[in-house]
Design a protein. Structure first.
Length: 264
């Protein structure tokens, strides 16, 4: 029964009137990031969910336990995705070099962030992945991503599940959003790619560090009592999403402020 279903899934590519084999490089540059996963079986199930949709770049951020025999068993035929997974200590390392980072969030936050629905998420990732790697970030099984981790994402995505029973396990969430990515990939000729060039996550983090340093230099932010200023500024700039040239202008402005403060 499994092999029969598998064949039907593969042949459904014909429904889109496109060759089944397409530019796989596009999908290879989509990272699925699992943060602090507690159950090793979920890592394997997530790898299987990814492979069914053509995704292969799995990052594990500080898992409670490394992948083991249970992971391999749950991965089934996706042992290659599991075996090639990259393990890092922090989310910042996992999204380094990415130009677009989308974090999954199932609950409302005190400070709202730009939101996408699953379909928009898939379309945006496929529109931007030709330019740089993109990342889809999933949090812990019990309480998701922290506010600090979500602040490292350009957008948040929420799966609109039944409000009376919205419990999705990790692999289900990975499967749902990976499916939307694949659907967008199969329909990519209809998606208008954004011509703008955006800074990578590393560049944005350096900007935020520079911004905080400059604001401390002027006295606007007090080092020992920073409050929520930087959180709100991160939200502002993530919502505005400055292009690379615009970010360079902002960095130049900060440098001019730094020079003026030093002269005083």
């Amino acid at each position: 029964m499994l092999s029969r279903n598998s064949r039907s899934i593969h042949t459904c590519g014909k429904l889109y009137n496109k060759p089944y084999i397409q530019n796989e490089t596009m999908l290879e540059n989509i990272r699925v990031v699992l943060v602090n996963t507690s159950h090793t079986g979920n890592i394997g199930s997530a790898a299987r969910a990814m492979k069914t949709m053509g995704l292969s770049d799995l990052y594990l951020v500080d898992p409670i336990q490394p992948p083991d025999g249970k992971s391999s068993a749950m991965a089934a035929g996706a042992g290659d995705v599991l075996g090639n997974a990259t393990t890092v200590a922090t989310l910042e390392e996992a999204v380094a070099g990415c130009g677009l980072v989308v974090g999954t969030s199932a609950r409302s936050r005190t400070h709202s962030w730009p939101m996408l629905d699953p379909r928009q998420c898939g379309e945006k990732m496929i529109a931007e992945v030709p330019k740089y790697p993109v990342a889809l970030v999933f949090g812990r099984e019990n309480n998701g991503l922290t506010n600090e981790e979500l602040q490292q994402c350009h957008y948040h995505v929420c799966i609109p599940a039944n409000p009376e029973y919205s419990s999705l396990n990790l692999a289900m969430a990975v499967q749902t959003l990976s499916y939307e990515v694949r659907m967008a990939w199969l329909s990519k000729d209809t998606i208008n790619e954004e011509p703008n060039e955006y800074p990578l996550s590393d560049d944005l983090e350096r900007f935020y560090q520079h911004l905080e340093s400059s604001l401390m230099g002027t006295g606007f932010v007090v080092k020992n009592h920073p409050g929520l200023v930087m959180t709100k500024l991160r939200r502002l700039f993530n919502r505005a999403r400055p292009e690379s040239q615009e970010l360079n202008i902002l960095r130049g402005i900060l440098s001019s402020i730094d020079k003026a403060v030093k002269k005083d």
